[in-house]
Design a protein around this ligand. Structure first.
Ligand code: 2RA
Length: 335
């Protein structure tokens, strides 16, 4: 199918991954426009060997485009996504701005692809920490019925952008050289190197962070409003790849690790790495640059009769953002 595509935020971490994933999946728009804010306009980027210069976001251009992938902050999406829809384009938005709007489908293609068809111009990509949770959770919910989830995240600094990745590397080098006093705290309120911050996104009056609220609300919207979720989101000094330690309490009391392994092994987009004798469990470094969601350490929860514990890892920039958005585009192109 011939279509014209725009990528807003093409010079960002997620925007760059979107171009990579489009190339890898051999998705070739008839025309491709790489849009950015004024400060990043005019830069050369490459798609399938062709040089394309970035252009400042241009509302006039929107009417030429069939699909626009937004990989920018909520403020830019809020300003431009409705204008893109007005101009006739379909938007797949990575920001949190529209995720909970009732008329906006929140889509993970392995879980609820058909909801994408109900869009009224905007489809939202869930948050990275939600995406890697809901895929395994869906298969466990289908088989055993999920009642309650307790999840602690170990989130890489790439989730905060390029400057945070630089800060981690620079500060770690300074500390190793004995220059703690020269380290910077721009990306986070405390040092991230050799440290863990129980603080991802802003705090709210409830005591939960916005990231924790995203995990609760988005998981309920995607799988079921009945699931109870208790999250703690933690930023860790990992460059890329989010990990999650998850306790799942189910309705059915016939759950056990062997059955969960079998169910997850057949799940689309999931790889089970769970062979303790061979130290086989996923880590962020193993999963870097992959589109799969990796699950390991599947074991019975010692405190629950119907409970299972597991460990989930995924590349937050790919499956947690760019790949999921491109999969939604693929789904729309095929239906
Ligand atoms: C983070 N969830 O890791 C964010 C990125 N979307 O901070």
């Amino acid at each position: 199918m011939s279509f014209k595509l725009g990528v807003v935020g093409a010079t960002g971490l997620v925007g760059g991954k979107i171009l990579e994933v489009l190339e890898e999946r051999n998705i070739t728009p008839q025309e491709l426009y790489l849009l950015t804010t004024k400060k990043s306009a005019g830069l050369p980027l490459y798609f399938k060997g062709t040089k394309i210069f970035t252009r400042e976001i241009d509302v006039e251009l929107f009417s030429k485009l069939d699909y626009i992938l937004f990989a920018v902050g909520g403020d830019v999406s809020e300003e431009f996504a409705p204008k893109a829809v007005q101009a006739g384009a379909t938007v797949i938005d990575n920001s949190s701005r529209f995720r909970m709007a009732p008329h906006v489908p929140l889509v993970v293609p392995e879980v609820n692809p058909e909801t994408a068809k109900e869009h009224q111009g905007i489809i939202a990509n869930p948050n990275c920490s939600t995406i890697q949770l809901v895929v395994p959770l869906k298969y466990i919910d289908d088989e055993f019925g999920v009642k309650r989830v307790i999840v602690s995240t170990y989130q890489a600094v790439s989730g905060s952008g390029k400057a945070a990745m630089k800060e981690l590397r620079k500060n770690a080098a300074l500390q190793l050289a004995g220059y703690y006093e020269d380290t910077e705290r721009k990306a986070y309120p405390k040092n991230i190197e050799f440290n863990c911050l129980p603080h991802v996104d802003d705090f709210t009056e409830s005591g939960l962070t916005k990231e924790e609220l995203k995990m609760i609300n988005e998981t309920r919207k995607i799988i079921s409003p009945n699931i109870k979720i208790s999250p703690t989101c933690v930023r860790v000094p990992v460059v890329n790849g989010h990990s999650e330690a998850v306790t799942i309490e189910t309705e059915e009391n016939n759950i056990n690790p062997e059955k969960v392994r079998e169910v997850l092994k057949t799940g689309a987009g999931i790889v089970v790495n769970d062979n303790l004798g061979e130290n086989d469990y996923p880590t962020a470094i193993d999963c870097d640059d992959s589109d799969q969601i990796y699950v390991g350490r599947i074991r019975k929860d010692p405190t629950l009769t119907n409970g299972i514990n597991l460990w989930i890892v995924a590349d937050n920039l790919r499956k947690g953002a760019a790949t999921n958005a491109v999969q939604i585009l693929e789904y729309l192109l095929q239906t």
